[in-house]
Design a protein around this ligand. Structure first.
Ligand code: FAD
Length: 295
């Protein structure tokens, strides 16, 4: 590595790594640094070096709600995917999951063990950290409903525990501002595993039938405005199937932009702007972006 910034951490820090394969959209440019800490101590030490050197820090989950600019990001991108960060276990009805645990793996673990509360997350790709950050969920419930405690770390490496009475989850939003979510605890309810597995599959099927799950996308592009559906507004504005470059407004669900082969982040960004403009013109509504853009 050319930089001395991460001396001693060469095993877990790479330079100029393309982020495209690490995102659901499979596009976007390189990160200045990709950091894969093996444990909390390493994360703390590397974060402190970033802070001291003024290096911007970003955290990447599964990249399921993310659009990375074609030019990439001049930042240290932390990916919590070492085995330590993917652990999850339960004690009675209390589940503990590390931030890098896969949401679907955790969901399946819960239903198989007869733990109710997270089956609403069936079919929502991501990590526990990413899902908590944006209170992922939908018509069957949100992750925040069952979160009882979150352990976070600020950019200077200080670790805090945030309990339920200090956490606020609202529509696609949490009040967690710390740079890193490290782990979370969930208060679940014991229930019949067979019934929960059935429910999990049913919700997954619902999502599969209503969303273009087998395409390259980043979930809903816009948040639903109060009392309205962003997808319906986009559809009524006649935008289904609209294409810029290789980015297209899904014909299955108008709030999804799908990326065809060769699509660039710039195509998606241009289509996002075109949708915002048309919806404002037709409905007088300013759509708020749900997808996060890294530039
Ligand atoms: C096919 C498809 C369907 C989807 N359906 C839904 C749905 O029904 N409901 C819904 O809510 N979402 C949905 N999404 C969006 C996505 O699944 C969620 O937003 C999910 O929570 C993203 O998690 P992630 O780990 O991939 O986060 P990323 O996309 O990697 O990151 C999202 C944000 O979280 C931050 N972040 C990630 N991990 C951490 C961490 N450990 N600490 C601090 N910050 C962190 C990132 O910095 C970024 O700001 C869908 C996406 C796809 C592709």
């Amino acid at each position: 590595m050319s930089s001395k910034l991460f001396a001693g951490f060469e095993d877990v820090v790479e330079e100029n790594v393309c982020l495209a394969p690490l995102t659901w959209y499979r596009m976007g440019g390189p990160a200045r640094y990709l950091v894969r800490p093996q444990n909390t101590e390493q994360l703390q030490q590397i974060a402190r070096r970033c802070l001291d050197s003024g290096t911007r820090m970003l955290v990447l989950g599964r990249g399921a709600n993310l659009l990375v600019a074609d030019e990439g990001v001049n930042a240290a991108v932390f990916k919590l995917d070492a085995p330590f960060w993917r652990e999850h276990s339960h004690d009675g009805a209390r589940l503990t999951a590390m931030a890098g645990a896969d949401m679907q793996a955790v969901g399946r673990y819960c239903v198989r063990h007869g733990l109710a509360g997270l089956e609403c997350m069936a079919g929502i790709p991501g990590t526990i950290g990413g899902c908590i950050r944006g209170n992922a969920g939908g018509r069957f419930g949100d992750i925040g409903n069952t979160v009882s405690r979150v352990t976070v770390m600020s950019a200077d490496g200080e670790i805090f525990v945030r309990d339920k009475d200090d956490l606020v989850f609202s529509y696609r939003k949490s009040n967690i501002a710390a740079t890193f979510i490290l782990s979370a605890e969930f208060e679940l309810e014991e229930d019949d595993p067979d019934e929960l597995v059935r429910k999990f599959k049913e919700i997954w099927m619902f999502k599969k039938n209503s969303q273009p799950l087998n395409t390259k996308n980043a979930g809903c592009i816009f948040k639903n405005p109060e009392g309205a559906s962003a997808g319906a507004l986009i559809d009524q504005a006649g935008l289904k199937g609209t294409r810029i470059g290789e980015a297209e407004v899904s014909t299955k669900h108008a709030n999804f932009i799908i990326a065809h082969p060769g699509c660039r982040a710039a195509d998606v960004m241009a289509l996002i702007e075109a949708i915002k403009e048309k919806v404002q013109k037709v409905h007088g509504v300013d759509l708020e972006q749900e997808v996060i853009v890294w530039r």
